[in-house]
Write a new protein. Structure first.
Length: 181
């Protein structure tokens, strides 16, 4: 994964990409401890919003456990990129932690899209009802509206919310957040 990210993004690595993503998908509550970002958004059940992200060197596993367990929440750690965090993964395993899901770090090459009179794309600096309806439909998750209300509505500017329509019907949604220039 690291090689693909380096090729696509130039100098950015997977840890830096996750740090940028964390700022673009803001948790309601967070603490920074020993190079870790501890995130909690109690009103939604998304792992990215409710997990610890190790962003640097440091051994804060006890602090991670304290942060989440103070409110009776099972602590989660986003071990990504896994190939760089083998020692952390082994430490968590030795402490009785188990894997509960996967985290994908996805990057895409810029691909030219042929002009078409059937495709209309609008990008706004905020969300309108058409964008929200399309996003909720694309998410197909029961907490999509709550995620918008408690996470996406707090996305820091500058951000763009894109809606693509084909023949007047919503065909795709996207979010772009400008970060670090």
């Amino acid at each position: 994964m690291r090689a693909i990210i380096a090729e696509v993004a130039g100098v950015i690595n997977a840890v830096e990409l996750e740090a940028l993503a964390a700022r673009a998908w803001p948790a309601l509550e967070f603490e920074r401890i020993d190079g870790w970002l501890l995130r909690r958004t109690p009103l939604i059940a998304r792992r990215r919003s409710n997990s610890a992200l190790p962003l640097g060197d440091g051994a804060a596993v006890e602090e991670v456990e304290r942060f989440y367990r103070k409110d009776g929440v099972t602590p989660l750690v986003q071990v990504a990129p896994a190939e760089e965090l083998g020692a952390l993964d082994a430490e968590l395993s030795a402490r009785g932690w188990s894997v509960s899901g996967t985290t994908d770090i996805l990057v895409a090459f810029e691909v030219p899209v042929p002009a078409s009179t059937d495709v209309d794309v609008t990008v706004r600096d905020g969300v309108d009802r058409a964008w929200l309806d399309a996003w909720v439909a694309a998410e197909a998750r029961p907490d999509a509206e709550e995620t918008y209300a408690h996470v996406l509505q707090r996305t820091p500017p500058p951000a763009g919310f894109a809606l693509a329509r084909v023949g007047g019907t919503a065909a795709g949604v996207g979010i772009a957040v400008c970060e670090s220039g």
